[in-house]
Design a protein around this ligand. Structure first.
Ligand code: NAP
Length: 308
C-alpha cells in the first residue's frame, strides 16, 4: 500500500516536538511538505508559506495535519476537504462548535476523513483507566490541572485572544480524558472564570460538573502555578482511589502503579491512518462542548493583568 502523503501545516511548537517525529516514525505516512508563513521548514522537504500555495503548486498531498492556532483552522480545513484531502485537526478542533459541525458535514460530502485529534486520550494510562472504571461505582471525581503559563506558552499571543481558550487550552486535554474514561456523560453546573484585566481569555477556572447519575466532578484549572505542576485526575470508587497523573501517562490503581511508554502522538497517527484507510471520520466534540458551556454559563471575574 502506498504511504499517505501528508503535509504539516503550522510549523510551531507542537508540530516540531510531536507531529514530525510521529510521522517519520510511522510507515503509513510520508512527510510530503510543510506549510508555515514564517518558519523555514525542514531540509529536503518542500515548504510553502501558505496552504493556497501548496495546493496550487504542489507537491500533491493526500492528507494535512493542521497544527496552527485554532482561530485559523476552519478555513484551512475547509480548503483541504473541498479537494478531498484528509484532515487531522489538532486540539481544540476549532474556535467554535458550529465551524466543526460544518467541517464534519463537508467531510461527509467529499468522502474525506476528518479526525478531531485528542492527543491526551492516547496517553499510556488512559485506556487502562477507562477499562478499570467501567466496572466500578464512581463516587467523586476531582480534576486538578495547574501549570505555569510562562513555562509552557511563552509569547503565544493567540492563546489569550478570543478562540484561543486561555487556560482551557491545556484544560481541554483533561476534559478529553475525563469524557473518555468516565462511564456516563457529564455537564456543567457552575463555573467561575478568572480573566486578567488586559486579556480576553481566562487564566484560571473553577468548575463543578455532574454526571447523569448525580456524581460530582470538580475541576481546578490554573495557569499561575509555579513549582511542581499538576495534571491529575482523581476518581474515588467503591474499590478505592484511581489517580491518573502526568496528563494521563501514569495510572495509580489500588493494586499498584503503571508507567508505560509514551505513545500519544504515535497513537494519534496510527488512528489517523486507520481512519483514512477505512474512509471514516472521528469527530468527538464533547470536550470542546464542555468548554463552550463554561463560557456560556460561567461567571466571569476580572483578575490581575498578566504580562509575559
Ligand atoms: P505555536 O507554537 O504558536 O505554533 C503555531 C504555528 O502555526 C505558528 O508557528 C505559525 O507559523 C503557524 N500558523 C499560524 N497561522 C497559520 C496559517 N494560516 N497557515 C499555516 N500556519 C500558520 O502553537 P503550538 O503550541 O504549536 O499550538 C498549536 C496547536 O496545537 C494549538 O491548537 C494547541 O492547542 C495545540 N497543541 C499544543 C501543544 C503544546 O504543548 N504546545 C500540545 C498539544 C496540542 P509561523 O511561525 O510560520 O508564522
Amino acid at each position: 500500500m502506498d504511504p499517505i502523503r501528508i503535509a504539516v501545516v503550522g510549523m510551531g511548537k507542537i508540530a516540531r516536538a510531536q507531529h514530525l517525529p510521529a510521522i517519520h516514525g510511522n510507515r503509513a505516512f510520508v512527510l510530503a511538505a510543510t506549510v508555515s508563513p514564517h518558519d523555514p521548514g525542514e531540509a529536503g522537504i518542500p515548504h510553502h508559506a501558505s496552504l493556497d500555495s501548496l495546493l496550487a503548486e504542489g507537491p500533491a498531498v493526500d492528507a494535512v495535519a493542521l497544527c496552527t492556532p485554532p482561530q485559523v483552522r476552519y478555513d484551512l480545513a475547509a480548503q483541504a476537504l473541498a479537494r478531498g484531502i484528509h484532515v487531522l485537526l489538532e486540539k481544540p478542533p476549532g474556535a467554535s462548535l458550529s465551524e466543526v459541525a460544518a467541517l464534519e458535514a463537508q467531510a461527509q460530502k467529499t468522502n474525506a476523513t476528518l479526525f478531531a485529534a485528542w492527543h491526551s486520550r492516547f496517553a499510556a494510562g488512559v485506556a487502562p483507566a477507562r477499562a478499570w472504571l467501567a466496572e466500578r461505582r464512581i463516587d467523586t471525581v476531582k480534576i486538578v490541572w495547574r501549570e505555569d503559563v510562562r513555562v509552557w506558552h511563552p509569547g503565544q499571543a493567540w492563546i489569550w485572544e478570543p478562540g484561543g481558550l486561555g487556560v482551557f487550552d491545556p484544560g481541554i486535554n483533561a476534559l478529553s480524558i475525563a469524557t473518555y474514561i468516565l462511564p456516563r456523560p457529564f455537564f456543567l453546573k457552575a463555573a467561575t472564570l478568572s480573566i486578567p484585566a488586559n486579556r480576553a481569555a481566562p487564566i484560571a477556572a473553577d468548575m463543578e460538573f455532574r454526571d447523569t447519575a448525580g456524581v460530582s466532578i470538580s475541576m481546578d484549572l490554573d495557569w499561575r502555578q509555579t513549582g511542581p505542576q499538576s495534571w491529575d485526575i482523581l476518581v474515588e470508587t467503591d474499590a478505592g482511589q484511581v489517580k491518573l497523573s502526568k496528563g494521563g501517562a501514569v495510572l495509580s490503581l489500588p493494586t499498584g502503579t503503571e508507567h508505560n511508554e509514551d505513545r500519544e502522538y504515535p497513537g494519534l497517527y496510527d488512528r489517523f491512518a486507520t481512519l483514512i484507510r477505512g474512509r471514516r471520520s472521528d469527530v468527538d466534540i464533547s470536550p470542546l462542548r464542555l468548554v463552550a458551556d463554561a463560557f456560556l454559563r460561567g461567571r466571569r471575574e476580572t483578575t490581575d493583568a498578566f504580562h509575559d
